[in-house]
Design a protein around this ligand. Structure first.
Ligand SMILES: [Zn+2]
Ligand SMILES: [Zn+2]
Length: 267
């Protein structure tokens, strides 16, 4: 049997929180490094600092993918673009590609009516909109991105990154229970799933540990990483809720509760 080629994907949960920051968790962002590209998924306020802590310079980020437009996922966009405009950032060797669901270009253009040329990155921006009415796919140099609509806000999409050797990482963004997400995450090597609140605090448009576990089980993922935690989810010394125990009601496979700067190497 042919041995599977070693994957070249590394995933860092830059930030594992939500709009309500704590000293342990800050608003949402995930770094996925595939081949030689640094891909950011969401960029909540303060993402650049965590990027630097992860050893990545901002001008080495090639693509930013936004799951939706809520401020805890997009708040760093304006400062990030402004920083990339600094003359010394001419070290940037490639254009910066910004991607989101339907309406993303309009979202950027509205920001541009306020910030004008300060966020144009000297003409080095590309834009890609994924159709949020259906499954969509775009082939990049060395990886493929597949998206699907999820249940949160009208533009919300989840992402699957597929490396050249077939290794897959799925990132849910924010969502409620979603059959689309189950289909997208089918047999994923790593499934990064939002888990906003404990089971007893279920909110519309978000998942809980047992709902996230159910999606992971039905999708038969190889490893589940829960993230996007409100303060009610811990850390354990601050919360009476045992998130792992709640997730175990529906999911028996490998499970990790995300922390800021936690890294995974897929092999
Ligand atoms: Zn959120
Ligand atoms: Zn949201």
């Amino acid at each position: 049997m042919k041995k599977k080629e070693k994957s070249n994907i590394s995933v860092t949960i830059l930030r594992s929180g939500t709009r309500v920051p704590t000293l342990d968790r800050s608003a949402c962002s995930v770094l996925i490094q595939v081949e030689d590209e640094n891909l950011l998924f969401d960029a909540g306020p303060g993402t650049m600092r965590r990027l630097l802590e992860a050893g990545v310079q901002i001008y080495d980020v090639s693509h930013v993918f936004f799951s939706h437009f809520h401020p805890d996922h997009t708040g760093e966009l304006v400062p990030f673009l402004f920083a990339n405009k600094y003359p010394d950032i001419h070290r940037r060797k490639q254009n910066l590609t910004l991607c989101g669901g339907t309406g993303f270009l309009s979202f950027y253009n509205q920001l541009k009516t306020i910030y004008n040329q300060w966020i144009d990155v000297n003409g080095r921006l590309n834009f890609i909109e994924f159709d949020n009415s259906r499954k969509d796919e775009h082939i990049f140099n060395g990886f493929t991105i597949t998206t699907t609509p999820v249940c949160h806000s009208p533009e919300s999409i989840a992402f699957k990154v597929t490396a050249a050797n077939g290794a897959t990482v799925v990132y849910s963004g924010d969502t409620d229970y979603s059959e689309n997400l189950i289909a997208l995450a089918k047999n994923a090597d790593l499934f990064i799933c939002e888990c906003a609140l404990p089971d007893q605090m279920k909110a519309d448009g978000h998942l809980t540990p047992s709902y996230a576990g159910r999606i992971a089980s039905m999708a038969n993922v190889k490893k589940l990483v829960l993230t996007h935690f409100y303060p009610e989810c811990g850390p354990p010394e601050c919360s009476p809720t045992d998130i792992t125990k709640q997730c175990r009601k529906t999911y028996a496979g490998p499970l990790v509760l995300a922390e800021d700067l936690l890294t995974f190497q897929l092999d």
